[in-house]
Design a protein around this ligand. Structure first.
Ligand code: FAD
Length: 405
């Protein structure tokens, strides 16, 4: 076993004093791990990112980025580029599928007094990963090691991880290990932290198509939640693509659901007639609602899908992971450059767990129930949209800004 040399950064402070900082280790170069890496390097903290695959995250999953996340992208210097690559959502609509009728509409401009970015950005997850990765390469403080898997670690008085890369083992030391290693997180399992919650009975079918939805649902804009007891749909306009997420029947066969024939039938039933279009990509996903019973232990903290899984109905899973990253970066700055007290990270982890469980996870589940027309203990979406105070509260909650109300 060899020892990698520890990457150390020498940061001049404004008073000319020079400090040496041990790197923060991050497992996983998915969008959350790379967000944390950029949040830290933009604050002058060196990072080593360890990714078992030969490339950084390439998935076509998330597209929706909410206003608070855009504020973070702005601070890290990548919002301008993402804005060029994606498109802005200014309106959120709700439709009744059986009547093909628009039943509620919310304008993000209502939030212009609480954010500089009163819109959602639609940009494919893999493009966000690419921009994060490029920005990290330019930072001079990031060592991103692809094809490098964490297989073990020690967690006493700092961390030491054991990695395997191209058949060789090595040990790497760091101040803290942040685990953004996805829903089957090795780090979470190794710490024996329970992942509590449920798996939804209905899998999701995700397809990218060239359909012009306005030809079939007159007045349909940006993002539309189409409510139905049997088969709800979320439609998102991505500029060059219309993305559709269908809630499938419980126990649906994922292979059969992805055949051309099955997709064409499903789409024709939604549109009310046959249409001519291309299917650009397709996937079936199982949907979870889970949360780790704790997000931190000694010098290790969990974030992103490693810590929580949310229904994609709200487009919040990745956003929440990026918010974890921003909160952890602040705590890590105070730990490495100030107090040296790891409890700042523990407190940040606990606050993120509380917020995710009580604000985001509950709201994502409520929106899932609303789509399936399961009665909620709140007014109908039409009544919410018609009442200004309720409409604003709804937009704040679905935009992950409930606390700015
Ligand atoms: C259909 C669908 C639509 C969605 N839409 C949205 C949306 O619009 N908005 C939103 O906010 N969220 C959305 N989500 C959720 C979002 O996709 C996830 O929350 C996000 O991908 C999680 O990112 P992550 O970086 O935490 O994990 P991942 O993307 O899973 O990355 C984890 C990384 O860790 C690496 N890794 C694992 N183990 C190790 C190890 N031992 N050593 C080194 N590396 C390791 C993996 O290879 C991987 O690259 C959606 C999800 C689905 C299924």
């Amino acid at each position: 076993m060899s020892h990698y040399g520890i990457l150390k950064a020498i940061n001049p402070r404004s008073n000319g004093e020079v400090i040496v900082v041990e790197p923060i280790l991050i497992s996983g170069a998915g969008p959350v791990g790379l967000s944390l890496a950029l949040a830290l390097t933009s604050r002058g903290i060196p990072v080593v990112v360890l990714e078992r695959r030969p490339i950084a995250g390439w998935e076509f999953r998330a597209t929706t980025f909410h206003p608070p996340t855009l504020e973070m992208f702005h601070r890290w210097g990548i919002l301008g580029r993402l804005d060029e690559l994606g498109c802005r959502t200014r309106v959120l609509q709700y439709w009744d599928r059986s009547r093909r009728a628009l039943i509620a509409e919310f304008d993000y401009n209502q939030l212009s007094d609480v954010t500089d970015f009163p819109f959602c950005l639609q940009c494919s997850q893999h493009l966000v990963v690419r921009e994060l990765y490029d920005a990290l390469q330019k930072s001079g403080l990031a060592d991103v090691r692809l094809g490098t898997e964490i297989v073990d670690f020690n967690n006493d008085g700092g961390v030491e991880v054991i990695v395997e890369s191209h058949g060789q083992s090595a040990a790497i030391k760091g101040a803290v290990l942040c685990a953004a290693d996805g829903r089957d997180s090795f780090v979470r399992r190794r710490l024996e932290i329970a992942f509590e919650g449920e798996v939804y009975a209905e899998p999701l079918l995700l397809i990218g198509t060239t359909i012009e939805m306005g030809d079939f649902f007159r007045g349909m804009k940006d993002v539309s939640h189409i409510i139905d007891t049997h088969q709800w749909v979320i439609v998102t306009a991505l500029g060059n693509e219309t993305r559709m997420i269908f809630g499938l029947e419980p126990g649906a066969n994922p292979v059969q659901a992805q055949t051309n024939e099955a997709i064409k039938m499903r789409v024709a039933a939604l549109l009310g007639r046959e249409a001519d279009y291309c299917i650009q990509h397709r996937a079936v996903h199982t949907v979870h609602r889970k949360i780790a019973t704790r997000f931190a232990e000694k010098y290790v903290a969990l974030l992103g899908d490693a810590a929580h899984l949310l229904s994609p109905v709200l487009g919040s899973g990745l956003n929440c992971g990026i918010h974890d990253a921003d909160a952890y970066a602040d705590a890590i700055v105070s730990f490495t450059k100030g107090s040296g007290d790891i409890t700042a990270l523990h407190s940040a982890a606990e606050r993120r767990r509380e917020k995710t469980a009580h604000q985001v996870q509950n709201r994502a589940h409520a929106e899932y129930l609303r789509l399936s027309e399961i009665k909620l203990n709140e007014p109908s979406i039409t009544d919410i949209a018609r009442t200004p105070a309720l409409a604003r509260k709804h937009l704040l909650r679905t935009s992950l800004m409930a606390d700015r109300g």
